[in-house]
Design a protein around this ligand. Structure first.
Ligand SMILES: [Zn+2]
Length: 473
């Protein structure tokens, strides 16, 4: 009965849950600046009797909300950061709400709201049924850029948590067993000497030359790194104007690979290349580490549990209005892009989704042994406790990630239905974990097997603090 109570609570409170999600969508705050968004979620949880600890792990917008006591301890995570420049109205064409402002291109408004709703629903059901245990909601800032969860893990906030659930908006009802890429983010500052580039070039030493030679060195290194590694960079500063030898230049790199150890090895090679470039150009280089995350440890026990609950809860029904908006959005997405995305998903039988507007199935978990070529700080949590992040069809099939189409749909009908569906699935799965100790034992056993021979060391150097001033720099 506990599950029915939780699902009923979400159904009865769906207008409010949608309002919370839409409010965060409108706030559209960047990572580590999610002041209004995190407050709204923390206040919601507090109102329902959760003990809320705000400003954890050195981040004013991170919080942990706890209800209940003793074992098991079930964790639910929520994110609420937006992306720069993606502001968008709820219309099926590109039109910013506030030109140049951030927007929820990854649907993290739904991420935070679904987790919060699920946590409250679980609490309501626990109270009515007199269930033992603890439910903890983790308010996780800055997923898109600074890896907020990595700081929360380092501060021990996930110690004693038995299993963790998280919901991410997507184009599919997808529970995969894929891993993700570990990544580190690093900036190289080169300092040279300014001079008149024509009258006295011999007096100057070009920091831009160093950046260019560094990038070329990295291009040659590429041949000798593991197949799935990804290295990408931008030149953030390259000098003022052509008649001045650039005295300062800098490049910003992401280094990704299937295992953190591989990232570390490539990282130190890239640092050597930067030093070599400085030596060649008689400039000086400063290395600024900006953050890192691990690779994801999948969990089949949790994946199967969530799939079972998706099927039990049942996929949402859409109104004619929901579908009309979705069809208009579909006109802006080229068929080839949709096919590429479906193929990339690796979902068995993806071909039959080509002609569909919205994913209308709940497939079995897939992707064991595969890697998604992206990174997430959920990964660091997955080394601490069995963890599963699932997605639901929030956007129509083919919607690109981090796009205006994703922003618009994250506050429209299909998105709202996905939010309510995901909240119910998460609550039902959490209740199964609370009431069936053997599930947690099996999930933990699987996590131990997958981690055998590997250990987690925080990717953050000692004393490294969240970059609270990052947006001012
Ligand atoms: Zn995201």
């Amino acid at each position: 009965m506990a599950k029915e109570f939780a699902i009923e609570w979400i159904e009865e409170n769906k207008e409010r849950i949608i309002r919370v999600s839409d409010a965060i969508w409108e706030f559209a705050e960047l990572g580590l600046r999610e002041f209004k968004s995190s407050k709204l979620l923390a206040d919601e949880l507090e109102r329902h009797g959760f003990r809320v600890e705000r400003g954890v792990a050195g981040m004013p917008t991170a919080f942990v909300a706890t209800w209940g006591s003793g074992k098991p301890v079930i964790g639910i995570m929520g994110e609420y950061d937006a992306l720069p420049g993606l502001s968008q109205k709820v219309v099926p064409w590109r039109e910013p709400l506030v030109p140049g402002a951030p927007g929820h291109g990854c649907g993290h408004n739904i991420h935070g709201a679904s987790g919060t709703a699920a946590a409250v629903a679980v609490k309501v059901a626990m109270e009515r049924e007199g269930l033992e245990g603890t439910v903890k909601f983790f308010g996780c800032p800055a997923e898109e850029n600074f890896g907020g969860k990595v700081f929360m893990v380092r501060d021990g906030l996930f110690e004693g948590v038995d299993a963790v659930l998280s919901h991410h908006p997507g184009t599919m009802n997808a529970v995969t067993l894929k891993s993700s890429l570990a990544v580190s983010s690093v900036r190289f500052h080169f300092h040279g000497k300014a001079a008149h580039a024509s009258a006295s070039p011999e007096e100057g030493r070009s920091a831009l030359d160093a950046v260019q030679l560094m990038n070329i060195g990295v291009e040659f290194m590429r041949e000798h790194v593991p197949q799935d590694a990804r290295i990408h960079y931008v030149v953030e500063r390259g000098g003022g104007q052509p008649n001045i030898v650039p005295e300062y230049a800098r490049a910003w790199y992401y280094i990704r690979a299937p295992e953190w150890e591989e990232v570390e090895r490539i990282y130190s090679w890239v640092v050597d290349i930067a030093r070599g470039a400085a030596l060649m150009t008689q400039t000086r280089v400063e290395v600024e580490f900006l953050g890192g995350v691990y690779n994801l440890i999948p969990n089949r026990v949790l994946a199967e549990l969530v799939v079972k609950n998706m099927r039990e809860v049942g996929l949402p029904q859409y109104s004619e209005e929901d579908l009309a908006f979705a069809r208009e959005i579909a006109k802006t997405i080229p068929l080839e892009a949709k096919i590429d995305q479906l193929r990339r998903s690796g979902r068995p039988g993806w071909e039959k989704l080509v002609d569909k507007l919205i994913d209308d199935e709940v497939p079995d978990p897939w992707g064991e042994g595969e890697i998604m070529h992206a990174s997430t700080d959920v990964a660091d949590v997955s080394w601490q406790a069995p963890t599963l992040e699932f997605s639901t069809a929030t956007w129509i099939l083919g919607t690109p990630g981090h796009s205006w189409q994703a922003v618009a749909q994250s506050a429209a009908g299909v998105g709202h239905k996905a939010l309510i569906f995901a909240s119910k699935v998460m609550a039902a799965s959490a209740i199964d974990l609370l009431t069936k100790p053997e599930l947690i034992e099996r999930a933990k056993g699987e996590q131990r097997r997958r981690l055998a021979g590997r250990a987690y060391r925080s990717p953050l150097p000692p004393g490294f603090k969240p970059p609270l001033d990052a947006w001012e720099r």
